[in-house]
Write a protein that binds this ligand. Structure first.
Ligand code: AMP
Ligand code: ZN
Length: 114
């Protein structure tokens, strides 16, 4: 997807503060953080929304949540707590149409973040 900012980050065309990467997944700082810790975890593969996950992507969400779990430990928010969320389509508040998990923490979260 040539027009997708997260594909551009995944391929290195656009800069980002990358904190984790492997052959399938990348994680980086959210550019407009909504909490003291706000990371985005994305698949390298372009998948527009959660609706577009297919059988061939089986296991991908598991791997993304495993990265969230690992980052929460690394960032020392695993015990204080954190939130992992996916926004889907306009009513879900999705703005970037490349599947991503938000990892939020570092303060007592309410639902006002979104
Ligand atoms: P969503 O509303 O779930 O689509 O979230 C998209 C997120 O991407 C927002 O929290 C934005 O702050 C974040 N974002 C947009 N552009 C960039 C970028 N170039 N680098 C890092 N985060 C970004
Ligand atoms: Zn993309």
């Amino acid at each position: 997807m040539t027009d997708c900012i997260f594909c551009k980050i995944a391929s290195g065309i656009l800069p980002a503060s990358i904190i984790y990467q492997d052959e399938k997944i990348i994680a980086f700082d959210d550019i407009y953080p909504k909490a003291p810790t706000h990371k985005l975890i994305i698949p390298r593969k372009h998948i527009a929304t959660l609706n577009d996950l297919s059988a061939e992507d089986k296991g991908l969400i598991d791997e993304m949540t495993a990265v969230a779990q690992k980052l929460a430990v690394d960032l020392k928010i695993d015990q204080s707590g954190y939130r992992v969320l996916i926004n889907c389509n306009p009513d879900g508040g999705q703005v970037v149409y490349h599947l991503h998990l938000h990892l939020l923490g570092g303060k007592r979260l309410t639902f006002k973040e979104w």
